[in-house]
Design a protein around this ligand. Structure first.
Ligand SMILES: Cc1ncc(COP(=O)(O)O)c(C=O)c1O
Length: 396
């Protein structure tokens, strides 16, 4: 088995993180990794998470297994967070939710579910997308296609091309969409554009699968659900993969959820029975701790209000840094228009910098960005932004 085994290629992002760690320059900056960083450059634990954990330490009385699809209280809390507590989909019980180890497992379980119930279905994903998307769906044996998404001339959404491509997708196929904070570009559809996407999806009978890894980090918790709510029409179907890695800072607790919106309660029950088969043969049942934290926070009005303040502060900081970045580049005399960075949302942006410029930033200035030009906006702060912009001005 092992004598002739060659190494698999390293993960592109984690390879750069290694190079960053080895870089001895004290002024080095890491804009590659996908975690939120505060103004001190730290990825700290939410205060509300600490308070919930203290409560759990006192009150938790078992470490016995959860059910295959996790905690029912968690499922309710997730649906209410995603759709709003008074949504028709919840009242009519036509959605079901499985607790999963992170958003990644929500995507993978969703992929396994699709392969199980409709094996010939293809999935259409944006070009570009999070590099793990093709790996996850490919690993489940699903055929992958792409639709255009980004216009590198305008550094914005290639909306007309996207819509035209969606109109060509055969009925029954799955369309993967980013609920908000598109990774890697930072470009999201406007509410009007979401309406047009929802029209095409309905007309052509496509199944939207929404990756919702950044709820609360674009404009606000409710605002960020606009796309999903627009897709949720009477009798509509949809899959949503939620991640709580970013908006609760629970990266290493691995907490996420797969929600399946179906046309009826009966269909929802059939769907979850198949989802449970997929989970049982994979990791059997989900870990509990992260989800217990989320239930504790979301079901306690005081903790919930505090958490909403924490997430809004993160969101505001990201958007402030975006504006500061544009202003600082202009102040450095950079002629190129970077104003699109302030219009994009979430922790990532495509800067439009080339592979050669990204390499020069790393090699000459110890500023680590991906070859694609993607940066983690949250890695910038008032201490390093000047040096980052100076370096960009030089490589340009
Ligand atoms: C677009 C996107 N989807 C899903 C995830 C999954 O996150 P996790 O599995 O850590 O919850 C990420 C994390 O970086 C992401 O960027």
């Amino acid at each position: 088995m092992f004598e002739t085994l060659e190494k698999a290629p390293p993960d592109a992002i984690f390879g750069l993180i290694e190079a960053y760690k080895k870089d001895p320059k004290p002024t080095k900056v890491n804009l590659t990794v996908g975690v939120y960083q505060d103004k001190e450059g730290a990825t700290t634990i939410f205060r509300t998470v600490k308070l919930a954990e203290a409560r759990l330490l006192e009150e938790e009385d078992t470490k016995s297994y959860l059910g295959i699809d996790g905690s029912p209280a968690y499922a309710t809390a997730v649906q209410e967070l995603v759709l709003g507590a008074d949504h028709e989909v919840i009242a009519s019980k036509r959605a079901v939710t499985a607790q999963t180890p992170g958003g990644t497992a929500a995507l993978r379980v969703g992929a396994e579910f699709i392969k199980r119930v409709k094996p010939d279905t293809r999935i259409w994903m944006s070009d570009p997308t999070w590099p793990n998307h093709p790996q996850i769906f490919g690993a489940a044996g699903i055929e992958i296609e792409t639709y255009p998404y980004f216009d590198s001339d305008t550094n914005g959404l290639a909306f007309d091309e996207m819509l035209a491509a969606l109109k060509q997708i055969p009925a029954g196929d799955v369309v993967l969409l980013h609920g908000c904070c598109h990774n890697p570009t930072g470009d999201d559809p406007t509410p009007e554009q979401w309406g047009q996407i929802a029209d095409v999806i309905e007309e052509r009978g496509l199944l939207p699968f929404v990756d919702f890894a950044y709820q609360g980090l674009a404009d606000g918790l409710r605002e960020d659900a606009t796309g999903i709510l627009t897709l949720c029409r009477p009798g509509s179907e949809m899959l949503v993969a939620s991640s709580f890695s970013k908006n609760f800072g629970l990266y290493n607790e691995r907490v996420g959820a797969l929600t399946l919106v179906t046309p009826s309660e009966e269909a929802a029950q059939a769907a979850i029975s198949h989802v449970k088969k997929c989970i049982r043969a994979n990791y059997s049942n989900p870990p509990s701790h992260g989800a217990s934290i989320i239930i504790t926070v979301l079901n306690d009005p005081k903790l919930r209000a505090q958490w909403e303040d924490e997430i809004q502060a993160m969101c505001d900081r990201i958007n402030r840094v975006r504006r500061l970045f544009v202003e600082t580049l202009a102040a450095k005399g950079v002629a190129r228009d970077f104003s699109f960075i302030a219009r994009q949302r979430g922790i990532f942006s495509y800067t439009g910098l080339t592979k050669e410029q990204a390499q020069a930033l790393r090699e000459k200035h110890s500023i680590y960005i991906l070859d694609s030009g993607r940066i983690n906006v949250a890695g910038m702060n008032e201490y390093n932004i000047d040096a980052i912009c100076q370096a960009i001005a030089e490589v340009l």
